[in-house]
Design a protein. Structure first.
Length: 197
């Protein structure tokens, strides 16, 4: 990589890191060009050069953190042998991610992310295909083996991750009646009952 390419990559990283900070501190209403250039120390021209717009920057940020989350989920499944232990690993890994990367989790579970997902869900899903395929293959293997209920993949995904996403959103909203460590212990068994063959 040439020095110019390295500088460009570093500039893009600065913008992505600053965008996450601005979002965490000020929410969606704080995502202005002025706030982003001030927080990053990067010029307006560089923002537009690398991302085209604030939405382009935020889409790249969503894609980055969604990829990291999916990568951790796939990594967790690699160390499991059964469908039951796989579900336990998925729940624990997801909730650990939310606790360890609260700012990114706020963005991933935001109304902004929901709107992007509804408006451009196919592109987002296609961009993460390499990370989604192992999850689908894991579920398919366990359906074929008779461990998981023979349900369509989207339903299995919703039954397994839906409750986890729900509890993560509740915790991220600041409601203090949620203990993610307790949820990581209790949810897997309840989820298992809903998807076991």
């Amino acid at each position: 990589m040439s020095p110019k390419q390295k500088r460009g990559e570093a500039t893009a990283e600065q913008l992505l890191d600053a965008a996450l900070r601005v979002y965490a501190e000020s929410g969606e209403q704080g995502l202005t060009v002025a706030a982003l250039t001030k927080a990053s120390g990067v010029s307006l021209g560089s923002l537009y050069h690398h991302f085209g717009s604030v939405d382009g920057l935020m889409n790249a940020l969503l894609t980055r953190w969604l990829g990291r989350l999916l990568g951790e989920l796939v990594g967790a499944l690699e160390h499991t042998r059964t469908a039951h232990t796989g579900i336990r690993a998925l729940v624990k890994t997801y909730l650990d991610f939310v606790q360890q990367h609260r700012e990114a989790a706020l963005l991933l579970h935001s109304s902004y992310a929901d709107r992007q997902g509804m408006a451009d869900g196919k592109r987002l899903r296609d961009a993460q295909e390499a990370r989604l395929s192992p999850l689908a293959e894991w579920a398919g293997r366990h359906v074929d083996a008779g461990d998981l209920a023979p349900l369509p993949a989207p339903l299995l995904e919703s039954l397994i991750l839906g409750p986890v996403v729900g509890i993560a959103r509740r915790w991220l909203s600041g409601i203090d009646d949620v203990d993610l460590d307790q949820a990581a212990v209790l949810l897997p068994e309840r989820i298992w009952r809903s998807v076991a063959a």
